[in-house]
Design a protein. Sequence first.
Length: 367
Amino acid sequence: MNIPFVDLGTQHRELEEELLGAVASVVESCQFILGDELSSFEDEFARYCGTAYCVGVANGTDALHLSLRALGIGPGDEVITAANTFVATAFAVAHVGAQAVLLDVEPDGCNIDTSLIERAITERTKAIIPVHLYGHPAEMDDIMAIARAHGLKVIEDACQAHGARYRGQRVGTFGDVACFSFYPGKNLGALGDGGAIVTDDSELAERLRILRHCGQSAKNVHPMIGYNSRLDTLQAAVLRIKLRHLDRWNERRRAAAKLYSELLAGAGLTLPVEQPSSEHVYHLYVIEHEQRDALLAQLATKGISCGIHYPLTVNEHEPFKDAKTFPDGAPTARARSRRILSLPMSPHISDEQIRTVARTVMQFGRG
Ligand SMILES: *Cc1c(COP(=O)(O)O)cnc(C)c1O
């Protein structure tokens, strides 16, 4: 029995009729760019997150890039983020000509070590991008207090954390803006690329709408240099259907994670930690093992597909070799990147599949 890393097939078979119906209705309407379907999705996603506005964009990377642009961040500015994120977070900073400053990971969690932030702030620092990595919210109380004290903007990278809560409140509602990706494997995924930005700031939302739509505020009026970065109407129609299932899917992810953690307890593995402040939505279920590569190979021989998120820290990639890091080289993130392993996880994984994966991990531990 092969166990996929993410089971999109079962999800899509369950919703096939509804999804194909939504696609057919967009095809029938011939409204492929902007339009009612997109604005309805934007209203529904804003309501889901608990924000006043949502602006659909082409992908999560653009969501971050356009947010930085809309906040006026550019050349000469520094933006603080995590060393152990997906490279796209740092790419967005580079796209506006600013410098990404990369902070190490907290010793007992997966997110940015907030005790390092003040040390990294200079007169050039303009913003912080906390990443809610793996679906676990970053320590937003600390981050918002520091940001307020230093007059910094906060852009939440919530690309892996749709629906996660911090102190009972959804991620996406803490910073000035928050960015989401609807890449197919994310907790809310389109049938292709997609992204969104949520905010309570009406002027910022308006600027983002102009930026994503060719810098156009009205027909033939282009007040700023814009991008072609709209969320496709077809994808918006698909996302409206999937959004109705997101809370149920996240509950199933949490139950799957709980079962993994029960089965893997006591084997000397490092398992994911859920802070009391947070409700983790387990985009990824990440364990640590001293012989990660051998374990990965063993799982593969049993037909179990895993991932590594991420095998290198951002500063180990060529474009960020000279980026400032705190502490130098982000040693904790770097050491951990050699030990981490993401086990199969999606709302459609069965308990039997989880038991098979756990058994294989435990057998390796003993062998
Ligand atoms: C997926 C992801 C992105 C980028 O989103 P795309 O839609 O793939 O452009 C950015 N940051 C994080 C943390 C992500 O997981």
